[in-house]
Write a protein that binds this ligand. Structure first.
Ligand code: ASP
Length: 442
């Protein structure tokens, strides 16, 4: 049995939490390969080491040397070593790392040192080998060189009963350190799990798995015990950010279950993420997620449906401006694009509208701002007659006007657009319907 475990920033935040991590690892001999994040926040308002390292990179860029931000980074690691009473020459490592950051002068390199230092310390805590992610995680362009990476990880871990791998970074084709996007240690964990053919990928964080909706909107929503990879993808894409959205791919292909667990409540069952869709939550709706601030561009042209390739015209405009759209609901004579409003700032919106107008010659065009999208996700909806009716009734009861509906043919989710100011109210209403009142019906 092999488990790959990833511990997030709050788990690595200080000496006490690192001690917890050690206890968790020691409690199960199957926990063999450990991926660590850089120390995160110890309390709300604290600054993550990774953020301090980006600041360090700026200091080096401006003045050639590491400065105050790096001094704070150093203090964090010194405290971890001191609190754990560890015999480890942290001062030497801190000095050496400062020189490396000054020499490399790269944001990615500076940021990566958070995981590098955390990994070095954790390897000393457990008395097991440290694997520098630079040697095994290889990028090709923006993406991962999967074949090479899997082979190198396997090779590096061969014959090692246990080891630490630093999360978040790897090396590009030119031999320079490159990081994943923020929160990317989740991806490293998934990649290691895939490479060694793990039986399970445990992702240890500071919450006991996924909740059926955002606890800032509904106090103490129910936890999701089991989730399918597909449901996870939908929910994380729409804002349920317990796990990096890209961490799913490596393990999904190899059918390795992911378990989200809480370092601060290790006895909680957490959420298990699996391939099988039938064993997923067992409810009609598995979870509800959403995001605010979308713009809808609505285009109407009579007999649009008869014109072949019509949709290509506005799409080409979007492509020229490098815009991605979230959804494209369409009718017989109309087509809409739902786009994150932030992409349209700085005059882009006006230019794009003008170009679409020229390209399409629409009968009517309308722009709706301030739209929030709500995703109601669950394989269970497929078999249940009346789910959509329940959903829309719930939203109507809350006195909210639905501005847009989009349901993919997979029937895995229904997306509903409402005005930003009705977002929280709608989430509450839908949660109430499917998880409180409708529990028996589900
Ligand atoms: N330390 C990095 C971040 O703060 C990566 C991670 O924690 O996964 O984004």
């Amino acid at each position: 049995m092999i488990k790959v475990c990833k511990f997030g920033g709050t788990s690595m935040a200080d000496g006490i939490t690192t001690m917890r991590v050690k206890r968790i690892i020691d409690a199960d001999p199957a926990r063999r390969y450990i991926v660590v994040s850089a120390p995160g926040k110890r309390y709300s308002g604290d600054i993550k080491v990774t953020d301090l390292l980006y600041e360090t990179a700026r200091e080096v860029k401006e003045g050639g040397h590491v400065g105050d931000a790096y001094a704070r980074v150093a203090a964090r690691y010194r405290a971890v070593v001191r609190e754990m009473d560890l015999a480890f020459d942290i001062d030497a490592l801190i000095d050496e790392t400062a020189k490396d950051i000054e020499r490399e002068r790269s944001f990615d390199f500076a940021a990566s040192r958070g995981e590098y230092l955390a990994g070095r310390i954790m390897a000393a805590v457990l008395g097991i080998p440290f694997i520098d992610a630079r040697d095994v995680i290889k990028f090709k362009g923006e993406g991962l060189d999967e074949e090479k990476t899997y082979a190198l990880v396997r090779e590096a871990l061969k014959g090692k009963p246990r080891a630490i791998v630093a999360g978040f970074y790897g090396e590009d084709e030119r031999g320079r350190v490159k990081t994943f996007s923020r929160g990317g240690s989740d991806i490293t964990g998934a990649v290691v799990a895939r490479a060694v053919g793990a039986d399970e990928y445990e992702n240890w964080t500071d919450v006991s798995g996924f909740l059926a909706c955002d606890p800032r909107i509904v106090p103490s929503p129910v936890g999701i015990g089991t989730l399918s990879y597909k449901e996870l993808r939908e929910l994380s894409y729409m804002g349920a950010n317990v796990l990096h959205a890209e961490a799913v791919y490596p393990v999904r292909e190899a059918n390795i279950p992911i378990r989200i667990l809480n370092t601060f409540r290790p006895e909680d069952a957490g959420t298990r993420i699996v391939a099988a869709e039938d064993v997923a939550s067992g409810r009609t709706v598995t979870g509800i997620a959403g995001k605010k601030n979308f713009t809808v561009i609505f285009i109407e042209k009579t007999r649009m449906n008869e014109m072949s390739g019509f949709a290509l015209l506005p799409l080409e405009v979007l492509k020229r401006y490098g815009l991605s759209f979230e959804h494209m609901p369409s009718g017989i004579d109309s087509l809409s694009f739902v786009i994150e409003s932030s992409q349209l700032e700085g005059g882009v919106r006006e230019k794009v509208l003008e170009e679409i107008r020229l390209a399409v010659q629409p009968d009517r065009m309308k722009v709706i701002e301030g739209i929030a999208l709500l995703a109601v996700v669950g394989h269970g909806m497929k078999e249940k007659v009346g789910t959509a009716a329940r959903l829309f009734e719930a939203i109507a009861r809350a006195g909210v006007n639905v501005r847009l509906i989009d349901q993919a043919s997979s029937e895995l989710n229904i997306i509903v657009g409402v005005d930003n100011e009705n977002y929280e109210r709608s989430i509450k209403a839908v949660y109430e319907e499917f998880f409180v009142r409708g529990d028996a019906k589900s």
